[in-house]
Design a protein around this ligand. Sequence first.
Ligand SMILES: Nc1ncnc2c1ncn2[C@@H]1O[C@H](COP(=O)(O)OP(=O)(O)OP(=O)(O)O)[C@@H](O)[C@H]1O
Ligand SMILES: Nc1nc2c(c(=O)[nH]1)N=C(CO)CN2
Length: 162
Amino acid sequence: MTIGYLALGSNLGDRMSYLTQAVTYLSETEGISVLGKSKIYETEPYGDVPQDNYLNAVVKIETSIEPIKLLDITQGIEAKLGRERLIRWGPRTIDIDLILLGDKHVNTERLTIPHIEIKKRSFVLIPLKDVYEEDTLFGQTLENLINQTGNKEEVWETTESW
Ligand SMILES: Nc1ncnc2c1ncn2[C@@H]1O[C@H](COP(=O)(O)OP(=O)(O)OP(=O)(O)O)[C@@H](O)[C@H]1O
Ligand SMILES: Nc1nc2c(c(=O)[nH]1)N=C(CO)CN2
């Protein structure tokens, strides 16, 4: 069994409903247990594409599923929730990224774990801090990593509950 962390993001339509439905699908999948959910954060769009604010969150899972099979599952959930891949880094009903899977390292054309952008994204690291069970990541505290992202986009805690 492996402890893993998945980052969720939505900036189209009923954002909260997409996040909730994604977690429901994950928890109904055989071989995945959802152990924890971060708070929900409203975040300014990161990257060069002008678009609406996101809701972002991180969920902690336990799984026996191999990384590439897990990607098939998360992409299947994205498809069920109406995700269309129109623009790279563009607006989406739901995005599910595999952030960390135990101490696994994967470097293939389809999958990179740990997620290649993690150190740059406060909209991932801040919610990760809510559910992360270790003291350090890449030899540093999450607080230090958050301070080093260099991204200026705002991240606000919301009162949304799930
Ligand atoms: N750790 C990972 N989690 C999810 N997808 C990944 C990961 N590593 C590589 N990928 C690949 O990235 C491809 C593009 O993913 P996606 O369409 O979600 O991109 P994006 O959301 O626009 O950008 P980003 O992945 O940087 O958030 C996927 O088809 C998948 O094969
Ligand atoms: N704030 C925020 N910005 C983004 C996000 C996201 O989830 N949140 N996802 C992106 C593409 O994966 C691009 N930019």
